[in-house]
Every structure is written in structure tokens, then in C-alpha cells.
Unconditional design. Structure first.
Length: 247
């Protein structure tokens, strides 16, 4: 059974991804004959027309406007930048060891949406010829860090607790925004340009599958993972009465 928690318009408040801390600490184990979950997240409804956001500073570098990337849907309905998280898992494969990256590139944050594990290094980079800063706020409110990044500089940060981190650039780059979902286990994914995702090396069992999108909200469903088998799912977001028109 799929439950839909929120579908919003762009002008409404930020949709938060709330992570309830687990009472069981995640343990790394050897996963033998693990299963996988793969599938696609699609948008069902009238696709809002593409929009742009005005640029107020550094127009010589950034241009007069930039594309609004808060809702990206391909020609077949595939929904990009949906966070997919496996709920109810307490032991499994090891955490990522390589650093994740958040780049300031062409006056946008790249990637716009990503997941990262608690304690995993996050490289903060500025690849532009202008000053940027990275203001990270837990659930869009409490500041975690606020770091200036001059041209071609790089700094590293490690998150210490799970949650939703909203990132802005405060040097009047009001159009710049990114979302980082921090988790205490590595069983996560972000959908690609076609809305597809894959989560592998999962111990067999019954789990919850949770999805979050910055404009379309959150939904959950149950999922079974079998030994050495692939579980395929197709998940759909539907605009409430075609209410999401990109305004």
C-alpha cells in the first residue's frame, strides 16, 4: 500500500524529509546472497512547463536567468532527483569510504540532490570564477555550517547525525539550492534522468521503501527482498488535482 504525504506547489513551504533515529545502531556485516531493489519513479499527470529563476548578481558569469531544476521529468514521465531510502534495516553492507562532492559549478549546486552516510566525507568545492558560500541548515532552519568558498577552493565536512540538510548560497545567489539527505546506513539511492534507481546487496527480509521529492513530497510502501533475487518496483507521483503547475 502506497501512502502519499504531501504534494505541493513551489510557493508552499519547504517539504522536509524527516528521519526518526533508529533505536538499533546500524552494524556492518558480510552480506552473502543479498537481494536488490530496482525500479523507476514516474510522474502521472500534466507536466508543468519548464520555468526559469531570475539571477540578481554576477550576471556576467551566471546569465540573466537559470533553469528551475526543482521538478525534472523526462519525455516518458521519469522523475529525476527522487531520494529512495530503505527503512527498517539494521545490519548490512559497509558504509561508503570515498568522499561525496557538492560543487558550485556554473552558478548551481551540483548535484542538486544527494544522499550521504553519517561520517562520510563531503567535499565542498567551488569550480566557478566567483565567490560562493555553502550555508547548510538542518531541516532548513538550524545552521550546521556556513563556509565561504573563493574561486577554486575546497573544504571538507562530515555530518554527525542523520537528517535533511538544505543548502543555500547566501552571497545573493538566491536561485542556488541543494538537498542532502544524511542517513545512518548506505541503502539509499537518487533517481537518474529517467527516474531509475538501484539498491543492491540487501539482506533478505521485509522492509519499508521511502521516497522523497523536494516538491512532490514523501510516500512509503512495503517491499520484500529475497535471497539473491531482484525486486522490481514502479512508483508513481500524481499531482493532486493537477495542483502542481510550477507556480
Amino acid at each position: 500500500m502506497v501512502t502519499h504525504k504531501a504534494v505541493c506547489r513551489r510557493a508552499l513551504p519547504l517539504i522536509l524529509f524527516v528521519i526518526v533515529p533508529s533505536v538499533h545502531a546500524y552494524r556492518e556485516i558480510t552480506v552473502e546472497d543479498g537481494g536488490s531493489i530496482s525500479g523507476q519513479v514516474v510522474f502521472d499527470g500534466q507536466v508543468p512547463p519548464p520555468t526559469t529563476l531570475p539571477v540578481h548578481k554576477n550576471r556576467a558569469v551566471c546569465g540573466e536567468s537559470v533553469p528551475d531544476e526543482s521538478l525534472l521529468i523526462d519525455a516518458h514521465g521519469g522523475l529525476r532527483n527522487v531520494v529512495v531510502i530503505l527503512d527498517g534495516i539494521h545490519a548490512g553492507k559497509g558504509h561508503p569510504t570515498l568522499p561525496a562532492l557538492l560543487d558550485n559549478k556554473n552558478c548551481t549546486f551540483v548535484p542538486r540532490v544527494q544522499t550521504i552516510a553519517v561520517g562520510q566525507p563531503l567535499a565542498l568545492r567551488n569550480s566557478d570564477f566567483i565567490l560562493h558560500n555553502v550555508h547548510a541548515r538542518r531541516n532548513g532552519h538550524k545552521t550546521i555550517f556556513n563556509l565561504g568558498l573563493p574561486y577554486w577552493s575546497e573544504k571538507t565536512y562530515r555530518f554527525t547525525q542523520p537528517g535533511h540538510v538544505l543548502v543555500d548560497c547566501d552571497v545573493l545567489h538566491t536561485w542556488m539550492q541543494a538537498h542532502i539527505i544524511v542517513t545512518d546506513h548506505p541503502y539509499t539511492a537518487v533517481t537518474d534522468t529517467a527516474g531509475r534507481f538501484d539498491i543492491s546487496h540487501i539482506p533478505p527480509g521485509e522492509y519499508g521503501l521511502r521516497l522523497w521529492h523536494e516538491r512532490l513530497g514523501e510516500q512509503t510502501r512495503s517491499v520484500s527482498v529475497r535471497t539473491a533475487q531482484e525486486t522490481r518496483v514502479r512508483l508513481t507521483y500524481t499531482a493532486r488535482a493537477q495542483g502542481d503547475k510550477g507556480h
